[in-house]
Design a protein around this ligand. Structure first.
Ligand SMILES: [Cu+2]
Length: 193
């Protein structure tokens, strides 16, 4: 009886001991006040630029409150939020934009990634569409696009989005500044390798 009581106490204390630290707080204004809570968050790592002109994974399912953390491989990728109907342009003035991440490709072929990452918070269960806006090589039009929480039964799927992107004639668009997320030191330099 006494042992059982102790176990219950231990179990009750456990979440306090093992709670993971919250994601890095955003330095942008506005929407990240909820990050001051202490609940653990799931972080989904997405690598830009592997394999080839792709995000990996490019089709993410993430609960509201979780974090998508973008890592950047050579050569000079970015990530921007689009609308489903216009794949290579920012969705609107508030769409997230990570800025560019120039990373030199080592001569010996070893794996490297940017010393910085970009994090966004998944605020609800609505689909999020994104693309790489690097115009040298036309990354968006070449298929460097991705989705968070696509609805596979809606007709608005990643494959349809990619096909729309392939038909974009003009250059891909960016925002005037990094916004809509947190850009900072890479907390997991081997993430995605
Ligand atoms: Cu790219």
């Amino acid at each position: 009886m006494f042992t059982q009581h102790l176990l219950l106490l231990a179990a009750a204390a456990l979440p306090l001991i093992t709670a993971a630290p919250a994601a890095q707080p955003s330095t942008t204004t506005g929407t990240h006040a909820s990050q001051t809570n202490t609940s653990p968050r799931t972080t989904h790592t997405v690598v830009a630029g592997r394999p080839g002109l792709r995000f990996d994974p490019e089709n993410i399912f993430a609960d509201p409150g979780s974090i998508i953390e973008f890592h950047f491989l050579p050569a000079n990728h970015t990530v921007v939020e689009a609308s489903f109907d216009a794949p290579c342009q920012p969705k609107d003035a508030t769409s997230f934009f990570a800025g560019f991440f120039p990373v030199a490709r080592p001569a010996d072929g070893s794996a490297v990634q940017s010393g910085e990452v970009f994090q966004i918070e998944v605020k609800d269960d609505k689909p999020i569409w994104f693309y790489c806006a690097q115009d040298k090589g036309r990354h968006c039009q070449s298929g460097m696009v991705g989705a968070v929480n696509q609805r596979v039964d809606s007709g608005k799927t990643l494959e349809v989005f990619r096909a729309k992107a392939a038909g974009v004639l003009g250059p891909a668009g960016v925002q005037a500044q990094v916004q809509g997320g947190w850009r900072g030191a890479n907390p997991n330099p081997l993430g995605g390798f």
